[in-house]
Design a protein around this ligand. Structure first.
Ligand code: SF4
Length: 631
């Protein structure tokens, strides 16, 4: 691993390696824009973890111009001291930090900020929530340029190592650049020369405010992902102008109104946008950062060796494992906690790493009173509870009734685009081993065992069981459970009807359709995969459409016979004929019979995960971790 660990100098700033954390929204600050301890500790953990450059979430340049409410800000000199505490802590930990500054433009949300969005043209943001923005006049545009410059001056005064102008992701500067959102008929519109004028004016004003030797970075979206948006050729033309205007580095991103391409989901290819960075790099002489689902050190190394970019952004990788660079440097690749691309957390924490963002909240000090902790259930919740309890210094025994750890997560890894989910189980097994947790596979924790061995605490994380809805014919031989199909325990025929179109049912349809079956999904609710995160859901629906999966929403299955399914929609009955297999994906319910069995030990019991109440992976992992931590 040579290139990734190689230093690089940007203007006067030298970074110790090529690994960059780009800005990600946390909500850890308040509307006053001051840095909180939670905000500082979160970034400090990454500085300790060895990242070459850390860029905290977008700082607002004026009151109320953010895309959400609780953002950091440097719109007043009074805020400088608070952010100096942040930069001091990052520097003390050996890190470098750039401040991204922005104006949300037509992505301003009135209910959060009390002001109407503003934009180059009165065209509203396509994502929700939104309202028609007010078109800015020339004087207002010039005032905003001055606000960017004033903010950059404060960035320097607060001790940051660089300033990054946010010209991407559907915010104000990008609104001007993109033909999708700029329909102006003055000097700020028309060709890329006019549409990039505002961006160029901001770069020039910022350069003047911070002087020649302070690094000025520029984040750009080089495609919008919509018809009528900016093209890569126009972005290259703008890149030349930005370099001439004084930018020291281009951070090449993508996306505007539709954020699903800003943070690619697990089903998208690794480094899916890196060719954009390579294109920009062809036309400038300043360093370029590449982005787009880069979560693996060797993938990052390959990008640098191939000279597609000079640095790589690994933002979500830093949430999953703040110590990623140090582990790379020490060649501890198997100890890296990899981002799985689930998009269930990210802005509020990370599914695979409950500590991220909670560094100042959780007490991770070892206990002075070690206890014996028994954990029932070796799914991801039970494993995480065992890891947390062992981290605290307790003696932990983990019981799993099957012959392997992972629980229902083993099935969650199987559908198309979700193979990365397996890395969570691999990481948990490694941690359990390193922490000395005793794992008893094919062993059920029983009352007799508890009576005989008398553990001090028992964490019940026995997960959930599939719901079998009361449908005539459901106990037939050709009716199987979704997880049994995903785990290869049950085969399916040529035409498969999936009963239940939540994310499990929809993903199972995607899986069987990929493997050659015709799939039909029947869902009682009005939408398919309504429980999935927005971006993975959009991609899943596209894949189902591509594979010709038939979707019946607001429809109820009333009976299953050998070769047909009887269904009802809006009071009308209809038949789905020529079926071979029916797959049940009708949801799950808590499986916590152990709690009743262990009534005599009620004061020692902690319930966690689906066994307590069914929920998504993000909340199960956090609950498991907290159960182990709070012993
Ligand atoms: Fe990656 Fe999921 Fe963590 Fe987000 S929540 S950083 S997508 S693992």
């Amino acid at each position: 691993m040579k290139k990734l660990l190689e230093p690089i100098t940007i203007n006067t700033m030298t970074l110790k390696n090529r690994m960059v954390v780009s800005a990600m929204v946390t909500g850890f600050c308040k509307a006053d824009g001051y840095a909180t301890e939670q905000f500082i500790a979160y970034h400090e953990a990454k500085a300790k973890g060895g990242w070459g450059l850390i860029i905290p979430e977008d700082y607002v340049i004026a009151p109320g111009v953010g895309g959400s409410r609780d953002l950091p800000g440097l719109f007043s000199d009074e805020q400088i001291a608070s952010h100096k505490q942040l930069t001091d802590r990052i520097h003390a930990a050996g890190g470098k930090i750039a401040c991204q500054i922005y104006h949300a433009g037509r992505r301003i949300v009135r209910s959060d900020n009390g002001m109407q969005p503003v934009a180059p043209s009165a065209l509203k943001f396509a994502g929700a929530p939104s309202e028609i923005p007010r078109e800015l006049n020339k004087q207002e545009i010039e005032e905003i340029v001055t606000q960017f410059a004033d903010c950059a001056r404060r960035v320097k005064a607060a001790g940051f190592d660089a300033v990054e102008i946010h010209g991407a992701h559907g915010y104000l500067i990008h609104n001007f650049v993109s033909p999708f959102s700029n329909k102006r008929c003055d000097e700020y519109g028309g060709s890329i020369v006019g549409r990039s004028k505002f961006a160029v004016d901001v770069v020039k004003a910022v350069r003047q405010a911070v002087g020649k030797e302070f690094p000025v970075l520029y984040r750009m979206s080089v495609i919008d992902g919509v018809d009528g948006g900016i093209t890569i050729e126009e972005a290259k033309a703008m890149a030349i102008r930005l370099e001439e205007a004084g930018a020291d580095l281009l951070h090449v991103s993508q996306g505007g109104d539709f954020n699903y391409i800003v943070s690619p989901a697990s089903s998208m290819s690794k480094a899916c946008y890196i060719d954009h960075a390579a294109e920009i790099k062809k036309v400038v002489n300043i360093p370029v950062i590449g982005v787009g689902r880069i979560n693996d050190p060797f993938l990052a190394e390959e990008i640098l060796v191939s000279e597609k970019a000079d640095l790589v952004t690994m933002a979500r990788a830093s949430l999953a494992d703040p110590d990623f660079p140090n582990k790379v440097a020490a060649e501890q690749y198997t100890d890296i906690n990899y981002c799985i691309g689930c998009l269930q957390g990210c802005t509020k924490g990370c599914l695979v790493n409950p500590i991220t963002g909670y560094e100042s909240v959780y007490n991770l000090q070892k206990t002075t009173e070690p206890k014996t902790v028994y954990v029932a259930g070796g799914g991801i919740t039970g494993c995480e509870a065992a890891i947390a309890a062992a981290m605290k210094g307790h003696h932990v025994v983990l019981f799993e009734q099957s012959d392997k750890l992972g629980g229902q997560w083993l099935a969650a890894c199987v559908p198309p685009g979700k193979t990365d989910f397996a890395t969570l189980i691999i990481w948990q097994k490694r941690q359990l081993q390193k922490l000395g947790v005793e794992v008893r596979l094919q062993t059920v924790l029983t009352k007799e065992l508890v009576q005989a061995e008398q553990p001090d605490k028992i964490i019940i994380a026995t997960g959930s069981k599939a719901i079998l809805p009361p449908i005539e014919g459901i106990h037939s031989d050709h009716v199987v459970l979704a997880n049994d199909v995903l785990l290869g325990k049950k085969d399916v025929g040529k035409h498969v009807v999936i009963v239940g179109g939540g994310s499990v049912g929809a993903e199972t349809a995607d899986h069987v359709a990929l493997h050659g079956s015709k799939a039909t999904v029947v869902e009682m609710l009005p939408e398919i995969a309504g429980d999935a995160s927005a971006r993975p859901r959009k991609l899943l629906l596209e894949r189902l459409a591509d594979k010709g999966v038939i979707l019946h929403t607001a429809t109820k299955v009333t009976a299953i016979s050998q070769h047909a399914v009887l269904a009802e929609k809006n009071g009308e009955m209809f038949v789905i004929p020529d079926i071979d297999t029916v797959v049940i994906a009708a949801g799950v319910r808590s499986n916590n019979t152990l709690q009743e069995e262990l009534q005599a030990f009620a004061d020692r019991i902690v319930l966690a995960g689906d066994a307590k109440q069914t929920k998504d992976g993000y909340h199960n992992m956090r609950e498991g971790f907290e159960a182990g931590l709070e012993i």
